[in-house]
Design a protein around this ligand. Structure first.
Ligand code: ZN
Length: 252
């Protein structure tokens, strides 16, 4: 940067520059992505650019892995992997990664750092064949092991708690997703508040599709919506995930 261009601000200590400009410091965000069945090259951009557009400056660190189900996301090998981050977006699909130590590190890393978690779509089916699956599911806030066979537009309806939360305002009275793959939820863990549901024609019951959870000092915002890029690109998906992330990092 050319010297002198910001001469006046140079004399102000870094911590006070934010106060002078009236801005808050950039959030530190991590995206962990990759694995089976989805277009993570595109979704990486849809998620990071969308959140930056709606939340303001975010200092992103992206860990993207290959397309296999049993891929080892090596970022989690370091017990300090989440230290210093405000939030981590999990958009990963590692259904056959079974190492309990690695999965334990993911959960412990959130608890140790306090980094919020934003859980998207196939993250809910990651690590599902591991002995440590329930550790991961407790962090997620839900247990799911399969999705509907049909891909279709999903009728998403806010719950009363969702309306009260203000986080799913973008749904209005209801939202039909452009396309979708509905996850069937077997269990909602204690501490989880379901914010919106969609009706499953295959199991003939409402399924949680958006929720939040606050437990053990970690805020989690989750949505199973997002298989298709066109769903993620929609203004509604973007607004809901931004509102959830804003809540998760305590800037709502
Ligand atoms: Zn999917």
């Amino acid at each position: 940067m050319p010297g002198g261009a910001f001469g006046a601000a140079d004399d102000v200590p870094a911590g006070d520059q934010a106060a002078v400009s009236g801005k808050t410091s950039p959030l530190r965000g991590m995206l962990v992505t990759g694995g089976c069945c989805h277009d993570y090259d595109a979704q990486k951009l849809i998620i990071t650019e969308g959140l930056t557009k709606r939340l303001g400056a975010i200092d992103w660190t992206i860990h993207q892995y290959d397309q296999n189900k049993d891929t080892r996301a090596t970022v989690y090998e370091d017990p300090d992997w989440a230290d210093g981050f405000d939030f981590v977006v999990h958009n990963e699909c590692f259904g056959d990664m079974k190492d309990p130590k690695l999965i334990g590190n993911i959960v412990a890393g959130h608890h140790k750092s306090g980094a919020a978690a934003v859980m998207v779509h196939c993250s809910m089916h990651s690590y599902r064949n591991s002995d440590a699956a329930d550790q991961w599911r407790e962090l997620l806030g839900v247990t799911s092991t399969f999705h509907e066979r049909a891909k279709r537009s999903l009728p998403v309806v806010p719950t009363a708690a969702g309306r009260d939360s203000g986080l799913v305002e973008a749904l209005g009275d209801g939202w039909k997703t452009p396309n979708g793959e509905l996850y069937v939820i077997k269990r909602v863990w204690p501490g989880t508040t379901v914010l919106a549901t969609a009706y499953s024609e295959e199991v003939e019951a409402d399924q949680p599709v958006i929720w939040r959870r606050e437990k053990d000092g970690v805020r989690v915002f989750g949505t199973t919506l997002g298989h298709h890029n066109e769903t993620m690109r929609s203004d509604t998906w973007q607004a809901v995930v931004a509102a959830g992330t804003r809540w998760a990092v305590g800037r709502d």
